[in-house]
Structures are given as C-alpha cells and as structure tokens.
Design a protein around this ligand. Structure first.
Ligand code: ZN
Length: 270
C-alpha cells in the first residue's frame, strides 16, 4: 500500500502516507466482557477518530477475534438459507474469523487512514458534502480492502487460490448486511454491498439458478477485483479534484435496489 500511494504522489496521498506508516494492528482474544461491551460489540475498531491526530500519529487498530467468529457463524446460517449447495460452499471456502480480519477488515480500517473523505470535507461543502462523507466513506474503505487484495496478489503475498478464498469470504459476508437491510446505522455498509452484489451479478461471479438459489463462480475473481479497483481509483481521483458532483453520482448508482437485491434480501430474511 505504501508503495502504491508513494507512486500516486498527490497531496492527499502524501498526508495519508504518514498515517499509514505509523499504523499498527493487533488481533485480541478476549475471554469475557462486562458492562457496555455487552451491548455494543465490534469486530474491528481504530483509534483515534480525529483526522489531524490520525494523519500525524497513524491509527491503532484493535480486532476482536471472538466477536468476529460469532459473526462468521451468523453468516454460515445465511449461506445455508440462500446458496444452491451451501455445504459445498462452506467446505470449499471455510469462512474463518482470523483470515477475514487479516485480509479484509485490517485493510478496511487502514483505508480510513488514507484518503478519508473527511480530508476533503471543506472542498465538498458545495456539492453534497455531508451526505457523501456519511454514506460513501465506509464503501470507500471497503473498496480500499478490495484494491489491497489485488495489490497483495500482484506482490505474490496471496497466491490465486488464497485470493479466491479471500474474495469469497468477503462476498459471502455480505449476507449479514442484507439480513439487516433497513438498519439506519448500517446504511453505508448496505450501500456498498448493494453495489457489490449488482456488480458480482454483472460479472457472473454470483448468479441465481432456476430455483432462485445463489451460486458463486470464483473463476471471475480477477474481473470482480478489477471492477472494484476501477471504482476505488475513480473515487480517489474525485477526491484529488474535489469533484463532489461525480461522487454524488457514484453514491446514487451504488444504492440501486435491483430485483436481484430484493430477492436476496427476501431470501436471507425468509
Ligand atoms: Zn469503516
């Protein structure tokens, strides 16, 4: 990531690089919880929130492996509800908390430290500023994770089988969000998954069989990662140019509630 953003050479990349090089992450196994932690759990949390402190000191990321494992179990139930041959899918990809934290959630959290939409808050004020930042920053962070997966493959950190597994974990995890489709706090994540599922279908990565059950074709992995990367880079370019108009258009496109989305939402909630 550092190499990529160094090569980009823009002001926003330069600011973010300092944060990126100071960033640390750890996976924690916590045996029990008390108090408010029982009411509100997260699988990953990065501090600090203030953008100026973040740029200066980087982010420290805490991952709760136990909470993440609970979410993975929830996801398995939804795979069983929606996939044509769920046991084969579970056996082939074997969703795993630590794998997902390392290859997906870590890059997502690091994604907030570089090119965070808050850094262009002032410039976007005229054109949809607040809404873009609230609704598009989480999708942008998810795209950072997908872009990073492709970088890791290019640098031979993840070979093709491992890359296919990491993307499948990510795509399958989307079902949890469709199960909470009307959640207001989860809206930014749901926007991302709506966009992602429509794109998966357009690339043939995810399809419905005659009975309406889902099938996943991981031979389309690179097509999907290319599409994610293209959208990610387009958003960064808008930030470099403070182009709120195009960001607003992206945000509109990304929440297109197609028939496919309605069917998946209905299936996970059946
Ligand atoms: Zn996030």
């Amino acid at each position: 990531m550092e190499e990529y953003f160094e090569g980009r050479g823009t002001a926003l990349a330069k600011d973010g690089l300092k944060a990126l090089s100071n960033t640390l992450a750890g996976i924690y196994y916590i045996p029990f919880k008390t108090g408010i932690a029982l009411q509100f759990s997260f699988s990953g949390q990065s501090i600090p929130n203030r953008i100026d402190v973040k740029n200066d000191k980087g982010v420290k990321i805490y991952f709760d492996a136990v909470e993440t494992a609970a979410r993975v179990e929830l996801g398995k139930g939804l795979i069983r509800k929606t996939f044509l041959d769920p046991e084969a899918v579970l056996e082939k990809y074997n969703p795993d908390a630590a794998e997902q934290l390392v290859w997906h959630v870590a890059a997502h959290e690091v994604g907030h430290a570089i090119y965070n939409l808050l850094t262009v808050e002032e410039a976007l004020k005229e054109e949809g500023g607040a809404e873009i930042i609230t609704l598009l920053e989480e999708p942008r962070a998810e795209l950072t994770a997908m872009f990073t997966l492709r970088l890791l493959h290019e640098k031979n950190v993840l070979d093709l089988p491992h890359l296919k597994e990491a993307l499948a974990h990510f795509a399958l995890d989307a079902l949890r969000y469709f199960a909470k489709y009307n959640s207001e706090p989860l809206r930014p994540y749901i926007i991302f998954q709506t966009y992602a599922f429509n794109m998966y279908a357009s690339k043939g990565y995810i399809a419905e069989d005659a009975s309406g059950k889902l099938v996943l074709d991981d031979s389309k992995t690179m097509d999907v990662l290319d599409a994610f990367s293209e959208r990610f880079l387009a958003i960064l370019e808008c930030e470099d140019k403070a182009d709120g108009k195009t960001l607003t258009r992206f945000l509109g496109e990304m929440q297109d509630e197609t028939d496919l989305i309605r069917r998946v939402v209905a299936a996970v909630n059946a």
